[in-house]
Design a protein around this ligand. Structure first.
Ligand code: KIV
Ligand code: ZN
Length: 393
């Protein structure tokens, strides 16, 4: 049977993202972001971990009450107290999902949980059964799945599906997996669980492989990706929503999958998150970084100005970036400077351009890049000097 190519985007910016250093958010900040994430088109919004704090419970409740067109999820460990707390916060939700989890790797069982494999398997199934009393849609996550024995993991997956889980998530909790290995694991579990169960992936970026692992998993049959805006999350962060979505969009020839994300909202969502938490994406971050669409080298600028596709694979406007930001610096060529001067309202003659270019390179040698105001200043001073020289002849 051919599998659907629709991939669900489960956004965990407000939960996994929020629980990382410098990222905590108030209820009203979460509501503001939830509004933007809904506009962006995420399928599921994980709004918090209600047992963790009063604020998290309130945030999940407020998001559930105010956002009726998106599925709202709440996280709960595999125990009665957590599940009941999540269920109560989700009560106003139109389409609630309880997301319950327990670790399954031997490392976590031995050192963290101090439980046997059989105990964990039984607790996982019992948690899902209990959660199903409160919500039709229950997701189960096998924390540290990628370091779990695969035969045991398969037993746990079968047990939670039998108990009523609709979605099974196999997180790469510590960002340890590599794409070929993760794909193999996902292919095996998709085959074992059959088409009724949505297999989900949740990749951390400790080795910088979160996006690559998520894509490999989708190719192997996963149909839900858990991700965050700007890739925020525990330690090195999570799979970045904007990167994974745009990879699938730009490379439809290789990755023929669809999401409901409206890419034009990506940049504004990223900006809103950056202004809410204590940091933004690094300048060279794909899609949303300050330099993501900046071309400084003269050869690049020249090619770009002749035909954008020479150096640009995404139209910045398609992800909501206001304009391609051509940084003019010491590597920039005459062609780029002429174009920028025209854009700033100064069409230059060849003589003017020669002199402006000379002054510009002298100044650019001393700085990291020139702003539009600085370039306009160079042009005005040079044109005035030329006019004065002409008048004195
Ligand atoms: O990284 C992880 O394993 C998690 C789970 C709770 C899904 O965040
Ligand atoms: Zn996580």
């Amino acid at each position: 049977m051919s599998q659907s190519t629709r991939v669900y985007i489960f956004d965990t910016t407000l939960r996994d993202g929020e629980q990382s250093p410098g990222c905590s958010m108030t209820v009203s900040e979460k509501l503001r972001l939830a509004h933007k994430l809904t506009e962006l088109g995420v399928d599921t919004l994980e709004a918090g971990f209600p047992i963790a704090s009063e604020g998290d419970w309130e945030a999940v409740q407020a998001v559930s009450r105010e956002f009726r067109d998106v599925q709202v999820a709440a996280l709960a460990r595999a125990n009665k107290l957590d599940i009941e707390r999540a269920a109560s916060a989700l009560q106003p939700a139109k389409d609630p999902r309880i997301h319950t989890f327990i670790a399954t790797s031997d490392i976590h069982l031995k050192y963290k949980l101090k439980k046997s494999r059989q105990q964990v398997l039984e607790e996982a199934a019992a948690a899902v059964r209990l959660a199903r009393q409160y919500a039709d849609d229950v997701e189960f996550s096998a924390e540290d799945a990628t370091r779990t024995d695969w035969d045991y993991l398969e037993q746990v997956c079968h047990a939670v599906v039998e108990a009523g889980a609709r979605c099974v998530n196999l997180p790469d909790t510590v960002g340890f997996s590599v794409p070929t290995e993760y794909a193999e694991l996902i292919r095996r579990m998709v085959k074992a669980l059959g088409p009724e169960v949505i297999l989900s992936v949740h990749c951390h970026d400790d080795l910088g492989l979160a996006v690559a692992n998520s894509i490999a998993a989708v190719e192997a049959g996963a149909r839900q990706i858990e991700c965050t805006i700007n890739g925020i999350g525990e330690r090195a962060g999570n799979c970045s929503l904007e990167e994974v979505v745009m990879a699938m969009r730009v490379r439809q020839d290789r990755l023929p999958y669809q999401t409901a994300i409206v890419p034009e909202h990506i940049y504004a969502t990223s900006r809103l998150l950056s202004s809410t938490i204590t940091f933004g994406p690094q300048p060279n971050k794909a899609i949303v970084g300050d330099n993501a669409f900046a071309h400084e080298a003269g050869i690049h600028q020249d090619g770009y100005l002749k035909e954008k596709s020479t150096y640009e694979i995404i139209d910045p406007k398609s992800v909501g970036v206001p304009e391609a930001k051509l940084v003019l610096g010491k590597h920039s060529g005459r062609h780029a400077l002429k174009q920028r001067c025209e854009d700033l309202g100064y069409p230059l003659t060849n003589d003017e351009l020669n002199l402006v270019y000379k002054k510009f390179t002298e100044l650019a040698d001393t700085k990291k890049g020139l702003t539009n105001d600085e370039i306009a200043g160079v042009v005005r001073r040079t044109v005035e000097r030329l006019a004065l020289a002409a008048a004195n002849k």
